[in-house]
Design a protein around this ligand. Structure first.
Ligand code: SME
Length: 162
């Protein structure tokens, strides 16, 4: 049984360190990558405030394919280089988007989304997935969030590769 909230009163950096530790613990004994992504999406959803979508797109030969998530039903396939997720996956770089309407090619899966953070997950030298977080608030995510989710991506990479 896990407590799905950070310790009250700690800094956001400390909360992200706790999130990575919780994610490691949650996935430690499970080799199934889909099961782990499902639990991780739920963990992120309960950990971070002001999200309307949290989940994974997996990199396949054809491009990005929707993985486990919490939120409204979303576009299933995204070409590499398309939208915020495809850009993050193709470049292998985090995309921090304070205003999704200002991002050329942004793909609107939920019309309520105003800002977005997409972080590549690397394994064995390749991008195998992206973590996608959407918020109904403008500029919901900053550099602390980007660093925190990048640390989370590194922590959970082996657990979702299977
Ligand atoms: N907005 C994303 C698409 C995925 S949804 O937000 C869940 C994009 O532009 O790639």
């Amino acid at each position: 049984m896990f407590d799905f909230t950070p310790t009250p009163g700690i800094s956001r950096r400390e909360a992200y360190a706790e999130l990575a530790a919780a994610a490691r613990a949650l996935t430690a004994d499970e080799p199934d990558g889909v099961a782990n992504m499902a639990n991780l999406a739920a963990l992120i959803w309960h950990w971070l405030p002001d999200l309307n979508w949290a989940g994974f797109y997996r990199v396949q030969e054809s491009g990005l394919v929707l993985g486990p998530f919490i939120g409204k039903p979303a576009c299933i396939r995204i070409a590499l280089g398309q939208g915020v997720c495809g850009t993050a996956a193709k470049r292998g770089e985090t995309q921090l988007v304070p205003d999704v309407h200002a991002f050329p090619g942004h793909i609107a899966c939920d019309g309520a989304s105003r800002s977005e953070l997409v972080v590549p997950v690397r394994h064995g030298g390749a991008v195998i997935a992206v973590i996608d977080l959407d918020s109904p608030l403008p500029a919901r995510f900053d550099a602390t969030d980007a660093e925190g989710i990048e640390a989370l991506a590194a922590a959970i990479s082996p657990a979702i590769a299977g």
